[in-house]
Design a protein. Sequence first.
Length: 155
Amino acid sequence: MGHFGDALRSERVSRGVSLEAISEKTKVVTRYLTALEDEQFEALPGGILSKGIVRGYVRALGLDEASWIERFMAASQERGLAPVDRNWAEFAENVSRGRVRNPVRDRLHLRWSVVAVLLILLAGLGWGVWRHINAHAANQDLQRQQMTVLSSLDQ
């Protein structure tokens, strides 16, 4: 572990704040906070979010954000990571890797999608039937009128 992570952990411990308390306050999962303290920067989501995680962490401890962001940037560059603002592709990959798939929720989404498609098809079918019935009724009315006109001409 390097100087940045040790210093960050020591600030947190000296203030008697747990990682769970910081996680609850910042809404950042504890695995990212632990990765920050362990200087496992590659485990962070990447992009600007890494800076946001650092910013939230130090804000929760009441530390100077600007200086800790600079220290984080220097530590991440020492470890060979690209500057945070240029890492958008890696950010997107980390976000998708960090998501936990829930098969039950996925099946539920699929079911609701199928229900929505069926409702749309049913509505389209209903509209088509309605148009057909109205067209048929209009044809019958037209034929009645024509018959009435023809019968009046015959008399």
